[in-house]
Design a protein around this ligand. Structure first.
Ligand code: GLC
Length: 668
């Protein structure tokens, strides 16, 4: 059961679908009104686990830290951070006697103190007003299902989006991209998409293509498609402020960009220098911004990634001016500590400043709203604008779309990648921990930059990360300019990578079917162990293993030079030790704790009892994965039906599922 309570004034977010009756009184929390907003507090039971918050730092259990929903572009992702790129204000408080979910719905800033100031207290500080939804249910999984029903069905991408994609900030020309395709194909390594970062654009202008570096773009897209590779370009939130650039001129003419207090378009620096920002909270402006994707759709593009949509600001015109002034004031001076700090601070604090977020306005249904009050909605609305246009462009077709910044509600329109991680072992573990939390908040199509975006990767990190990444719906290897190249064919272990990718493609019928079932049933694809084994105290505290779909438990290695790891089995399971589609070993292990050796060239995972795992024959393109010819790895004692989703695109219904009956193997 779900109940809603409203506090103060706030801009409706569009997170939920359908109506929820207002509660007589808010359950589980004490509420205090403050000048800035509202504070919701509650004593935490010693046994409480606090799940949720989607894309955030730290554990699956969020207890013991303070977090802040205020979307932020900052690539140094460390455990002392409070905000990342997304605002997912859903918590699930759980102990054996009481479980409930709570969602604080507002695009304004929300701070969560989950046993940080006082270990036994949960306190949520909402700036402005909000709606609070309380979701009751008996099990954690049921509460999530109920919450997900409230927020509406998750986005389902096209099937090819479950293939492997190569990306890098630094592919500058058509030839660069062609050579990536050629190398993967020569090496017979699976590949379904190549991502195009900002260098495909003319001077970083959205919806343009640099004709010198990418001549005959339409033919290029077609020729890559013929080779079975889709090009997926990036779109940035900031639009270059430049005369004669049609997107800028049109937006100015219609008044579709965010404005400063003086009514002039708000200008801030991003990749192209001075930029303006589409007012995606204004219906007409959003519709217009979405319609610009047509330029690339007409050229044969079928997928996009939306970036810098917190929105990221390198500087505002005004703050840059002030910083330059500060520096010129000390020109020629002998800088003592205070002066030096003023100078370094003047530039150091330019990016993404909260002051700048207060300096511009949206036109929401005719009302001017200061950006900072709806800050967390920008990425969501930008992505929704694109998705709504795609529906108009071709109602039958599903497009690939994911975003860096997000808010709950966006999960109906696209997926997310988790932003600028780095080639660090801890970010592999963070990737694992985030997956169930993201699923709780509706985000099913997600993944991290495999191998790490920032900093130099190593071969063993790449191998271990891929050994986990083959299970994530969005499977993309992406890295930053000036870092070591990490295309898989470059490594000495390329044969292992080829086999790992092969395993991914064999798993696609399972990954896709489980994904679609999770989306249609408002269920989680990745779950904390405790969601499947609620009475198991050990499962409750296991933070480095997760359940994946109906049949599997994952326990990847995430430490350098480790030869294996300890794995906890909450029940009897079959361990699958896989080198390739037809080279794997099985072993039944009883409930308990084991040290499992995992060589770098193997993927080890666990099949639950009474479950099966379909495997398709090897393929190098998703389109060639044969969903009919399946082999089943099994751990069953009587016959078992498994539903495979094999649809033709468009809307998926029950008719798209084929039921396979698997019989227990004869005992030798
Ligand atoms: C941002 C994105 C990253 C991209 C870069 C250049 O940092 O998060 O993925 O490569 O911008 O566009």
């Amino acid at each position: 059961m779900t109940e809603r309570s409203d506090y103060g004034n706030y801009v409706k977010t569009g997170a939920t679908v359908g109506e929820v009756p207002a509660a007589k009184a808010l359950k589980y929390f004490e509420v205090q009104e403050r000048e800035e907003g509202f504070v919701f507090t509650r004593e935490l039971d010693k046994a409480d686990i606090v799940y949720g918050l989607g894309e955030q730092v730290r554990g699956i259990n969020k207890r013991g830290w303070k977090y802040c929903s205020y979307n932020l572009d900052d690539p140094s992702i460390t455990e002392n951070r409070e905000s990342l790129y997304a605002a997912h204000n859903f918590l699930l408080v759980s102990n054996p006697k009481l479980r409930f979910g709570v969602f604080f719905d507002t695009g304004d800033k929300v701070s969560f103190d989950i046993g940080y100031t006082d270990a036994d207290r949960l306190s949520v500080n909402v700036r402005g007003g909000c709606s609070v939804y309380i979701v009751d249910g008996t099990s954690a999984r049921e509460i999530v299902r109920e919450f997900r029903e409230l927020i509406g069905q998750s986005y389902i991408p096209p099937r090819w989006a479950f293939g492997y994609g190569q990306s890098r900030w630094g592919y500058k020309t058509k030839e660069d991209i062609e050579s990536v395709e050629k190398r993967y194909s020569e090496e017979k390594m699976p590949l379904d998409m190549i991502y195009m970062d900002i260098d495909y654009m003319q001077d970083y202008k959205d919806f343009t293509v640099n004709e010198e570096r990418f001549p005959d773009f339409k033919d290029f897209v077609a020729s890559m498609n013929e080779k079975g590779v889709r090009l997926v370009p990036i779109i940035d939130a900031g639009v270059k402020a430049e005369e004669n650039y049609s997107v800028y001129e049109e937006g100015i003419r219609y008044g579709y960009f965010c404005r400063s207090a003086d009514g002039e378009p708000f200008v801030a620096g991003v990749w192209p220098g001075d930029s303006v920002f589409p007012d995606v909270l204004n219906e007409k402006a959003a519709e217009w911004f979405g319609s610009n994707y047509k330029v690339l759709l007409d050229l044969g593009i079928e997928g996009f990634w939306n970036d810098m949509n917190e929105p990221a600001l390198f500087y505002s015109k005004e703050s840059l001016h002030n910083a330059v002034e500060t520096v010129s004031r000390v020109k020629g001076k002998n800088l003592a500590l205070e002066d030096f700090q003023a100078v370094s601070g003047a530039f150091g604090s330019l990016a993404n400043s909260e002051d700048d977020y207060k300096k511009f306005y949206h036109n929401v249904d005719g009302r001017l709203v200061s950006h900072d009050k709806v800050h967390n909605l920008f990425g969501y609305r930008m992505t929704r604008a694109a998705a709504e246009y795609f529906k108009e462009y071709d109602p039958q077709k599903r497009y690939l779309l994911f975003s860096r910044s997000s808010y709950i509600g966006m999960h109906r329109y696209g997926g997310i990648w988790t932003g600028d991680n780095a080639s660090r072992w801890e970010h592999l573990l963070l990737n694992l921990k985030m997956m169930p939390s993201l699923n709780m908040c509706g985000f099913l199509y997600c993944g991290a930059d495999l191998g790490g975006f920032g900093q130099d990767t190593t071969e063993d990190l790449m191998l271990r990360w891929m050994a986990f990444g083959i299970f994530t719906p969005l499977m993309r290897n992406h890295s930053s300019l000036h870092t070591r190249n990490q295309e898989l064919y470059l490594f000495k272990a390329k044969d292992v990578f080829r086999r790992f990718l092969g395993i991914r493609y064999s798993l696609i019928p399972y990954i896709y079917s489980e994904f679609v079932k999770a989306a249609l049933n408002n269920d989680m694809l990745f779950r904390p162990l405790a969601f499947d084994y609620p009475d198991d105290g050990r499962a409750e505290t296991t933070e480095d293993q997760i359940m994946f779909g109906e049949s599997l438990m994952l326990a990847p290695v995430y430490e350098q030079n480790a030869k294996g790891r300890y794995v906890y089995l909450p029940e009897r399971m079959k361990m699958i030790r896989m080198q390739s589609y037809d080279n794997y070993r099985e072993k039944i292990l009883e409930k308990g704790s084991y040290y499992i050796e995992v060589p770098l060239n193997e993927i080890v995972f666990f099949l639950k009892e009474n479950c099966v795992l379909p495997l398709a024959e090897p393929a190098v393109k998703v389109a060639d994965v044969d969903f009919d010819r399946l082999r089943f790895v099994q751990f069953i004692h009587r016959e078992k039906k498994y539903a495979v989703c094999d649809d033709n695109g468009g809307t998926i219904t029950e008719k798209d599922f084929k039921y396979h009956t698997v019989f227990p193997e004869e005992k030798a």
